[in-house]
Design a protein around this ligand. Structure first.
Ligand code: PAF
Length: 288
């Protein structure tokens, strides 16, 4: 595996793949890799001749009171994991390489970025869109893979790529990979390592309560009642705050009152101790 820490080294490595007529898949990450990331890498290997993984803890997607300083950084360990998976190229720039002196541009995606995490983390998706737009320009991949755990992020990136013609063809160049879960259902996340053992045990309430809410909605109960019960279960289990628990159109992320013809998603973000967990699951229309 080749590691590039400067843009010209990255470009030379990608050009060599291109000169050999090879396709390239990109898996953007912020490191602190876990099985969820490795699942993305394996899916990438099945879709392209060469796999590039980026590791960059992107400061512009963290708010002023968020965990940028504490975010786990373990480049040597991550690099060994990627090497063992047969990744071809690791792109690990530092902040100065990604955002050179005087950097003054941003990508902002309206609509799909505004609700849910966009409302509780102002500016977050501008930071994500800007860095992912840069990564696409830097690597120029044929396909890029993202975890469905960050469902809204995936929707924002799809919108951006389509609007700005960043990938060709639009329809299948951005691939969402289903969330990888721990045995008790908790979605894998680099932030799970912040949890104490008590918090970790309580965190499993999140996917469980979401599954229960979905079962109620799909059985025909009003979504509002099921969502209130979901919030109560989280607070009773030890979550300190529920940022949101709502239904959304799966593509536009418009809030909806009930699942209808179009695919719907239950979206939740909740805080336990100092850790903010997010999750989402598909919701089918009520069975008649
Ligand atoms: O999902 C992440 O790890 C990040 O938001 C991403 C897509 C790598 C952009 O920094």
């Amino acid at each position: 595996m080749q590691t590039a820490r400067e843009l010209d080294v990255l470009r030379t490595a990608v050009a060599a793949f291109r000169d050999a007529g090879e396709t390239v898949a990109l898996v953007p990450t912020m490191g602190a890799l876990h099985e969820g990331h490795l699942t993305l890498v394996r899916a990438a290997k099945a879709r392209a001749d060469r796999v590039a993984v980026s590791i960059f803890v992107n400061p512009t997607q963290f708010g002023p009171n968020e965990d940028l300083a504490a975010y786990p950084r373990q480049l040597a360990e991550d690099s060994a994991m990627l090497e063992a998976e047969g990744v071809d190229l690791l792109w690990a720039p530092d902040a100065g390489e990604m955002y050179p002196e005087g950097f003054a541009s941003a990508i902002s995606v309206a609509g799909v970025s505004e609700g849910f995490c966009g409302a509780s983390r102002p500016g977050h998706f501008d930071g994500v869109a800007t860095v992912v737009g840069k990564l696409f320009n830097q690597v120029r991949p044929d396909v890029a893979l993202f975890g469905e755990k960050d469902w809204q992020q995936l929707a924002v990136i799809r919108r951006m790529a389509r609007d700005l013609d960043l990938m060709q063809p639009h329809a299948d160049a951005i691939l969402g990979v289903p969330t990888v879960r721990e045995a008790d259902g908790l979605a894998m996340s680099s932030r799970n390592r912040y949890l104490s053992s008590d918090q970790r045990a309580a965190a499993a309430t999140l996917p469980r309560a979401m599954g229960e809410a979905i079962a109620r909605i799909e059985a025909g109960e009003p979504a509002r009642a099921a969502l209130v019960a979901l919030e109560e279960k989280l607070l009773a289990a030890g979550f300190g705050q529920v940022d949101y628990a709502g239904l959304a159109d799966a593509a536009s992320l418009e809030p909806i009152d009930a699942p209808g013809e179009r695919p719907a998603r239950l979206m939740v973000a909740a805080r336990i101790g100092g850790t903010r967990l997010i999750d989402n699951m598909a919701v089918e229309p009520p069975r008649r």
